[in-house]
Design a protein around this ligand. Structure first.
Ligand code: SF4
Ligand code: SF4
Length: 151
């Protein structure tokens, strides 16, 4: 295996073969999974809203309580190699979904660009596009539905 191949672990390993550090680095930092979603109970279709979890820093797109997130936010999804494809609402851009589906990472992914901000520059992240759920009443969520997340 060449140095380039061993460096590009996402091209030669399945999700369940990645080390914890590799798994973490695969997240592109888009924070689309932290957006509040509305599910139609009859059709199970999901709409994304321009509203995000109260623990998200909407500029850095990072969780402010990452290590405690699952205890603090029961709805916070814990992705694992076995369940990635169960979440049909994951954005098509999500790096975990892409690798699970055998698709390559996009040029804007920080592992490819080597620049942590490239996910923001490419307008993939939620940076400056969303508001915290703390500032939105539940009754307003339907008015905040957006269509720019494809899943
Ligand atoms: S949608 Fe996927 S790549 Fe984006 S922040 Fe969530 S887990 Fe990471
Ligand atoms: S707890 Fe953190 S990782 Fe989970 S949805 Fe909220 S901001 Fe995102």
């Amino acid at each position: 295996m060449s140095d380039q191949e061993s460096e590009n672990f996402w091209e030669c390993k399945d999700l369940d073969e990645m080390s914890p550090a590799e798994w973490e680095s695969l997240c592109d930092g888009c924070a689309r999974c932290c957006m509040v979603k509305l599910e139609d109970e009859e059709t199970a279709s999901v709409d994304y809203t321009a509203v995000v979890c109260h623990l998200l820093d909407d500029h850095s797109c990072r969780c402010t309580r990452y290590l405690e997130r699952h205890a603090l936010v029961p709805d916070c999804v814990q992705l694992t190699p076995d369940n990635v494809l169960d979440f049909k609402w994951l954005p098509v851009s999500c790096a975990y979904r892409r690798i699970a589906e055998g698709r390559p990472l996009e040029p804007w992914h920080p592992l490819i660009s080597k620049k942590p901000d490239s996910v923001h520059e490419a307008q993939i992240s939620v940076q400056d596009k969303v508001v915290s759920e703390l500032s939105v009443h539940e009754n307003q969520l339907e008015d905040m539905i957006i269509k720019w997340v494809e899943y």
